[in-house]
Design a protein around this ligand. Sequence first.
Ligand code: 5GP
Ligand code: MG
Ligand code: MG
Length: 183
Amino acid sequence: MHATEIEADLTEVLVTEQQIHGKLAELARRIEEDYAGRDLLLVGVLKGAVMVMADLARELGSHIAMDWMAVSSYGAGTTSSGVVRILKDLDTDLAGRDVLIVEDIIDSGLTLSWLQANLRSRGAASVEICALLRKPDAAKVDVDVKYLGFDIPNRFVVGYGLDYAERYRNLRDVAILAPHVYS
Ligand code: 5GP
Ligand code: MG
Ligand code: MG
């Protein structure tokens, strides 16, 4: 494959497109088994989870519904604020629903632990978490992820939905950004 403009800004690919698709197929099989005969609602967290949601949902052969939330976390920078704010709420009433939160990455864990508690308080029958990536060394709170893709080192990554200042979301792999991009 030819080198793209985006690839020139990367130091290292951590997870390839092939690895991601293989893992999502595997997680989808488990999800189908666990939720067999139930009516699953996938809740994607904008904007980072768009790619995970699109690929995971298409691996699922059963009926699912999708809804979206946007919450504030990082802004344009690379450090966690710890402040969670709802920017866009769900359209769906969660009463009695089986909910699976679909996320790109668990860093400090603050966003997801807050979100899981928030959705549970709306009367959902169950609220579980699926995340493509997790940084174990960055954890500030424990998050109970039922479906996890990959543990990665505590580095700022981009690609497959993850941005730096709104760029790099369209990169197919997950990669570490080169230092010259930050300065
Ligand atoms: P947490 O609340 O777990 O610290 O982080 C939540 C959000 O921060 C993630 O959903 C993601 O949007 C963003 N984030 C955390 N780590 C990274 C990273 O390495 N790269 C990018 N692009 N975003 C990250
Ligand atoms: Mg996210
Ligand atoms: Mg971001």
